[in-house]
Design a protein around this ligand. Structure first.
Ligand SMILES: Nc1nc2c(ncn2[C@@H]2O[C@H](COP(=O)(O)OP(=O)(O)OP(=O)(O)O)[C@@H](O)[C@H]2O)c(=O)[nH]1
Ligand SMILES: [Zn+2]
Ligand SMILES: [Zn+2]
Length: 227
């Protein structure tokens, strides 16, 4: 089974481009499913199901969504195999910009949009820097000059990535992404697989539910600012 991790800031167009790419792949009678990871709530699974796309939803609740992703991806992979899925796509939001779901030798896509601001590529951490493919959306609502500056700033952060411009509404550009999806590595399990980048460390009193402010309550892995 081919696994593809798709991540990107909230509302960047992940669901739109996944759905449009699946439309292309479905014409080739390929079995596809999407696993959507989010924090508190999402309606994405309804959007996918309405389009006839098999979907599973994982909500991390009070946990870091990307830690939750790593703790569940293996089971999701097993589920995909059991369902005879050929292309399994995960969608996650990389909410803190320090996390990244990308796995070594597993095709990884970062979706960002032209509207998010020219400096945004610099602010997005490993989920952009270590992606194989960067999809840039919403080019239809900015000027040619803005599109070029944005793509240039993406290239500065991740010079190796293949950049694809996709219009999430019309699907223009999705056929190119579909072709790359079919070139993803085919695996029977995720045994021995490793993340491309470490997750942020936590394990402090606040991870365990502390809400009081003040030095007396800082326990565990804490870091003090130089003031
Ligand atoms: N104009 C324009 N709108 C787009 C494009 N791609 C996506 N959108 C719109 O952007 C909004 C967010 O798109 P989604 O695909 O839901 O984004 P997402 O990244 O999946 O969002 P979350 O899963 O909620 O983080 C929707 O209203 C889309 O219709 C695009 O290329 N151009
Ligand atoms: Zn989405
Ligand atoms: Zn995080």
């Amino acid at each position: 089974m081919r696994l593809i991790t798709v991540s990107g800031p909230p509302s960047s167009g992940k669901t739109s481009i996944i759905e449009k790419t699946i439309q292309v792949l479905k014409k080739q009678a390929i079995e596809i499913a999407v696993i959507k990871f989010d924090c508190l709530s999402t309606a994405d699974e309804i959007i996918y199901e309405k389009k006839g796309i098999k979907t599973k939803l994982g909500l991390s609740g009070s946990l870091c969504p990307d830690h939750y992703f790593v703790n569940n991806i293996d089971a999701c992979f097993q589920w995909g195999l059991k369902e005879h899925i050929e292309v399994l796509i995960t969608e996650s939001a990389g909410l803190c910009n320090r996390c990244s779901p990308h796995i070594k030798a597993v095709l990884s896509v970062c979706v960002i949009d032209n509207l998010s601001g020219c400096q945004t590529p610099k602010k997005i951490g490993p989920m952009l820097k270590f992606a194989d493919i960067v999809v840039i959306t919403k080019g239809d609502i900015v000027s040619q000059a803005e599109r070029e500056v944005f793509a240039y700033n993406v290239k500065k952060v991740n010079p190796q990535a293949t950049i694809i411009h996709i219009n999430g509404i019309t699907g223009q550009g999705a056929a190119e992404l579909a072709k790359l999806f079919l070139k993803a590595n085919d695996y029977n399990s995720l045994d021995e697989k490793k993340l491309r980048f470490t997750m942020p460390a936590a394990l402090c009193s606040y991870c365990l539910g502390e809400t009081m402010i003040g030095k007396d309550y800082h326990i565990g892995n804490v870091k003090n600012m130089q003031l």
